[in-house]
Design a protein around this ligand. Structure first.
Ligand code: ADP
Length: 360
């Protein structure tokens, strides 16, 4: 198994996460371990994304045959689809260590230099939210990626200068929610650029079954299918809903999660039959009631909902677009007939005043 090192950037301390059991742990550590135990560790355990897995397997095998590090990889896609998990699997399959950090944690060039100089030959450096690196840090990453070199400051005052430092050959795995957020100079330095897709309902049902098993509970096929179908195409959500539905089922004295338990638990959690949660419905309702169904610009919508624009664009909008509740026009976002039907409305025109309250 790949050794996982979580780098905390700022203070230069690092914590090696071990997954051995039997020692006393705090509750928080326990839940972190549970989270870690849910993470697939190999390509075979990683459910779905078959085209991506097929390609990455070839690239990993080819790099191993040549005895070279894997080329730099950029993974993009909405949150919770398995980018971090895939980075860990890549390291695992390559038989190397992974160092984990994120764009906001790499506050300045010194932090980046600390990460890079700690890498051993072949190691993977994973930078989550890589689009959030500052321009200065991003620029010093270029020479590291291209020439395996970083300029380190030496001396002080008017004798200060920089000295090139040769790095061990390594693989950078970057993750971002949208490639459009990355500037071309950084994007072009990744030789492998791959997107993750929303998962199919059947794949999510499989993830629910697997998670229930790891949590030492069971789900019937119908129960797992119901949770999978309402998980917004996202494994992280499938895992969260499985945990919570298990709580409801357990307290109701059920031995396993059946469709009825799933429907009950999901209903209590405010997840509707299409898998939309309260915020999804607020987004659609606001467009219908306050903007006559759209089109409305993302900034106006974000201000109305008091939600950060990034969250709307990264988390809510992609799913609503993918499921056909929303369309993007040159003038902004617009709800579809499907959204109106789902909200129990017949038409988007004519304003919201006479349309009554929505069944939220
Ligand atoms: P991202 O980095 O894209 O936000 P993560 O890699 O953190 O997403 O994945 C979120 C959670 O979903 C993980 O903890 C893992 O348990 C689960 N997960 C992700 N992808 C898969 C998959 N293909 N099969 C099973 N579980 C998955």
């Amino acid at each position: 198994m790949a050794r996982v090192r979580h780098e905390d950037g700022g203070a230069g301390r690092s914590k090696v996460a071990s997954v051995d059991r039997g020692l006393l742990r705090t509750e928080r550590e326990e839940s972190a371990i549970e989270e870690a135990s849910l993470r697939p560790r190999t390509m075979d355990e990683y459910i779905g994304q078959s085209a991506l897995k097929r390609k990455l397997r070839v690239f990993v095998d080819a790099a191993k045959q040549r005895g070279e590090p894997l080329d730099h990889v950029l993974l993009h896609g909405p949150p919770g689809l398995g980018k971090t998990t895939m980075a860990q699997i890549l390291a695992n399959e390559l038989g190397v260590r992974i160092h984990i950090t994120s764009g906001p944690a790499v506050e300045h060039k010194g932090v980046l230099a600390g990460h890079l100089t700690a890498l051993e030959a072949g190691d993977v450096l994973f930078i989550d939210e890589i689009h959030r690196l500052t321009p200065v840090v991003e620029e010093s990453l270029y020479s590291a990626m291209e020439d395996g070199r970083i300029d380190l400051p030496v001396g002080e005052g008017n004798r200060a200068r920089t000295m090139p430092f040769s790095l061990a050959p390594f693989t950078l795995v970057g993750a971002t929610t949208r490639t459009a957020l990355l500037g071309a100079p950084l994007r072009e330095r990744f030789q492998i650029v791959e997107g993750l897709e929303y998962y199919a309902d059947a794949e999510l049902a499989e993830i629910v079954q697997r998670t229930a098993r790891i949590l030492k509970f069971t789900a019937t096929d119908a129960g797992a299918a119901e949770i999978g179908r309402r998980s917004r195409g996202t494994p992280r959500i499938a895992n969260r809903l499985t945990r919570r539905v298990r709580d409801f089922a357990q307290v109701r004295g059920r031995a396993s999660i059946d469709r009825d338990d799933a429907q009950y638990g999901l209903g209590e959690l405010g997840i509707d039959p299409e898998g939309l949660d309260a915020i999804d419905r607020r987004v659609l309702t606001a467009i219908v009631d306050l903007f006559d169904g759209g089109p409305v610009g993302i900034d106006a919508l974000a201000a109305t909902l008091s939600e950060p624009r990034d969250t709307l664009e990264d988390v809510y909008e992609p799913f609503l677009l993918q499921r056909g509740f929303l369309i993007r026009t040159p003038r902004g976002r617009q709800v579809t007939r499907k959204a109106l039907a789902h909200l129990g409305r017949s038409t988007a025109s004519g304003g919201g005043g006479d349309q009554g309250e929505l069944p939220l």
